[in-house]
Design a binder for this molecule. Structure first.
Ligand SMILES: [Zn+2]
Ligand SMILES: [Zn+2]
Ligand SMILES: [Zn+2]
Length: 170
């Protein structure tokens, strides 16, 4: 199912419809949403083809009277679900393709950050680096224990201002 979907995606990307719509969206956005770059822009689908196929499969599964929860239960239920996917794959792929080509859930990014988003990363808010979803800053921007130590010594020196001034005349 998945491999079929991925091959299908390559064909979609080669289609005139995909190229024209991508071009129009990039022209309208003008720049990368993460860094403001105006070159090497691409349209990224937040809902991937893989996810879209999954959503359409489950939606068809439920709308044809099946229990949502019965997808992964017994061995027999799994076989029924697999047969269902095989039987309806043409229809499911068509629906997924339509959603994909509607460009509803997309973001315009430069090449560099498009690569990052596919690795599950996002842009660091303080520099150009990447970081994982759950971080607030990238590893370069988070102060190291050593730099925190230096800062704390500077704070101590500030407090001892009187002593330091005498020696400073040397
Ligand atoms: Zn960018
Ligand atoms: Zn993408
Ligand atoms: Zn950073």
């Amino acid at each position: 199912m998945l491999t079929k979907g991925m091959k299908y995606l390559a064909d979609i990307h080669k289609s005139d419809e995909f190229r024209d719509k991508s071009k129009a969206i990039i022209e309208k956005a003008e720049k990368c949403e993460w860094c403001g770059s105006t070159t090497k822009l691409v349209v990224h689908h937040k809902t991937s083809m893989k996810r879209s196929i999954r959503l359409w499969t489950l939606s068809l599964w439920v709308s044809t009277g099946h229990e949502y929860n019965s997808v992964r239960h017994t061995k027999e239920e799994k076989e029924i679900f697999k047969a269902f996917c095989d039987e309806h794959h043409g229809e499911i792929l068509e629906s997924a393709k339509k959603s994909y080509l509607a460009f509803n859930d997309v973001i315009v990014l430069c090449n560099r950050y498009h690569y990052a988003i596919h690795k599950g990363l996002k842009k660091c808010p303080t520099c150009d680096g990447y970081m994982t979803e759950n971080r607030k800053q990238c590893s370069k921007c988070v102060p190291s224990p050593y730099s925190r130590y230096l800062e704390s010594i500077e704070d101590m020196e500030d407090e001892d201002d009187g002593y330091m001034d005498e020696d400073a005349t040397e």
